[in-house]
Design a protein around this ligand. Structure first.
Ligand code: G1P
Ligand code: ZN
Length: 542
């Protein structure tokens, strides 16, 4: 008989979940009691768990397997009746959300640091998702943090490790561990949302695609769905085997990190469509031949074409985007005569709107797009929605986006990241911006309409979130936004978001860095970026 041990512990400072869960270096998580404290704090903060079912899985990064074994033993000690574990510990974030919802479980624990690099010296992360399938709202993450700071003991089953590599059910003390195929339920959901017959016909007609799984979690999902079910040629999926260190890469689907894909999409012989997803499968990047679709535009294009997809044929209830995301989707919402919502950064803010049926599609400029089918952003879903649109319109990616700009105008957009900045300098920069009062001030060709630190009142539950990013909005609607990242693990990351509306089609083809040059300079001067951080140039431009 396995017995439950009660282990004395003391709190670790800083177990405060950020934009998306608790993220730290592997070495921090691997310290004795560190993960255990946090998991106990979760179990103590989410209500009665006795007899309930929990979902557990992760993006397969280094420490995933060890963490799952610990969580299983702690779930057994906490009184859960059943834990559903993705085979091999694999479960993409959107698939976890799908399974949590489908089997009406008591939520899940997702192990991932998303797009951050993996490996013994890199990042690890953990977050709790609620029974609705989405990330825990701030009230819950606050409760978890508070509990973690007062913790004195945790409980864990004194047992050996259990097999998580064979599908099937097996006992772990009083707990039933059910190891399941992490792809099946998700693939079945995708088949219901999208016109698989039309996409199959598209591939059969010679349409070529490259999907870069970046050696992260989406490999098995993409192979099953794209190559097996949709008939895309073998080799469509690149870097399809999940590795604990993502092959040494940075599994972030953007123009810098998905370099191989970006190269493969250049030139006349390139495939028709390129896409990539991140470490845990919730992000996406969309490319055409010699053409990059910004995530803000992708959301707008998908919204405008949603009724081509069976799952959205009835139309959209509304569209939500995070504040720094461009307003391109708002223009589509206005045309469709449906509401548009502007939320703080982070997917958790979409949860209440989706649950209340106020919105169908959501998106963030940070390569996140999703809908009410789950409560996470969903990389492969976005890729399939694009495929559905391409299959029905039979035009190139570039042609579809250009036509969209002609119809709605173009919200020219770019984000400049300054990574690994000194944290004090970054805080000082934000304080400086917060102190400015700019209304009516002329900056270059622009006059400031208002500046503020974005605050949001959730229209469903009334909760208020303040200090969500400095906005400097100009009279013509152009704007620059400044935020500090809530997901980084080294120093601070300053994000600067730049946007200008361009109605003139003859100027739609301009490189955004050129079209936005004056606003980029204004943002740099206003925030005194070089003087305060020592940085002349951003680290990543998207
Ligand atoms: C970043 C993105 C944000 C996204 C989050 C989780 O957060 O900017 O949109 O929701 O990752 O993927 P940040 O580091 O900016 O706090
Ligand atoms: Zn992610």
């Amino acid at each position: 008989m396995a017995i439950v041990k009660t282990v004395a512990t003391t709190p670790f400072s800083g177990q405060k979940p950020g934009t998306s869960g608790l993220r730290k270096k592997v070495a921090v998580f691997a310290q004795p009691h560190y993960l255990e404290n946090f998991v106990q704090a979760v179990f103590d903060s989410i209500g009665e768990v006795t007899g309930k079912t929990l979902v557990v899985g992760g993006d397969g990064r280094h420490h995933n397997r060890a963490a799952i074994q610990t969580i299983l033993k702690m779930a057994a000690a906490a009184g859960f009746a059943r834990v559903m574990v993705g085979k091999g510990g694999i479960l993409s974030t959107p698939a976890a959300s799908c399974v949590i919802r489908k089997y009406r479980t008591f939520g899940g624990i997702i192990l991932s640091a998303s797009h951050n690099p993996g490996g013994p010296t890199e990042d690890f992360g953990i977050k709790y998702n609620i029974p609705a399938g989405g990330p825990a709202p701030e009230a819950v993450t606050e409760a978890i943090f508070t509990r973690s700071q007062g913790i004195g003991e945790y409980r864990i089953l004194d047992a050996g490790d259990i097999d998580i590599d064979t599908v099937g059910s097996r006992p772990l003390g009083p707990l039933l561990v059910e190891v399941f195929d992490p792809v099946a339920d998700y693939a079945e959901l995708m088949e219901r949302l999208f016109d698989f017959a039309a996409i199959r016909a598209l591939f059969a007609s010679g349409f070529r695609m490259k999907f870069d799984a970046m050696h992260a979690v989406t490999g098995p999902y993409a192979r099953e769905i794209l190559e097996c079910r949709l008939g895309a040629p073998a080799g469509t999926v690149m870097n399809g085997v999940p590795l604990e260190d993502f092959g040494g890469g940075h599994p972030d689907p953007n123009l810098v990190h998905a370099h191989d894909l970006v190269e493969a999409m250049k030139g006349a012989g390139a495939p028709d469509f390129g896409a990539a997803s991140d470490g845990d499968g919730d992000r996406n990047m969309i490319l055409g031949r010699d053409f990059y679709v910004t995530p803000s535009d992708s959301l707008a294009v998908l919204a405008a074409n949603a009724t081509l997809c069976p799952g959205y044929a009835k139309g959209l209830a509304g569209i939500a985007r995070s504040m720094p995301t461009s307003a391109a989707a708002d223009r589509v919402a206005a045309k469709l005569n449906i509401p548009a919502f502007e939320t703080p950064t982070g997917w958790k803010f979409f949860g209440t709107l989706l649950d209340a049926g106020k919105v169908t599609l959501c998106g963030e400029e940070s390569f996140g797009t999703g809908s009410d089918h789950v409560r996470e952003k969903d990389g492969l879903w976005a890729v399939l929605m694009w495929l559905n649109v391409l299959a029905r319109r039979r035009e190139s990616v570039a042609a579809i986006v250009s036509a969209h700009w002609r119809e709605f105008g173009r919200n020219v957009y770019s984000r400049h990241d300054y990574e690994g900045v000194d944290a004090k300098a970054a805080d000082g920069l934000m304080e400086h911006l917060r102190g400015l009062s700019l209304k009516g001030v002329r900056l270059g060709a622009y006059t400031v309409a208002f500046n503020d630190d974005f605050a949001y009142t959730d229209p469903v539950d009334g909760s208020v979130s303040t200090r969500q990013g400095i906005r400097v909005v100009f009279e013509d609607g152009s704007r620059v936004v400044f935020r500090l990242s809530g997901t980084g693990t080294e120093g601070a990351t300053l994000r600067v978001y730049i946007e200008r509306y361009e109605p003139d089609p003859t100027r739609h083809g301009l490189d955004p860095q050129v079209a936005l040059a004056d606003l980029i300079a204004i943002a740099r001067d206003l925030a005194e970026i070089e003087a305060r951080t020592g940085r002349k140039q951003p680290t990543v431009i998207t």
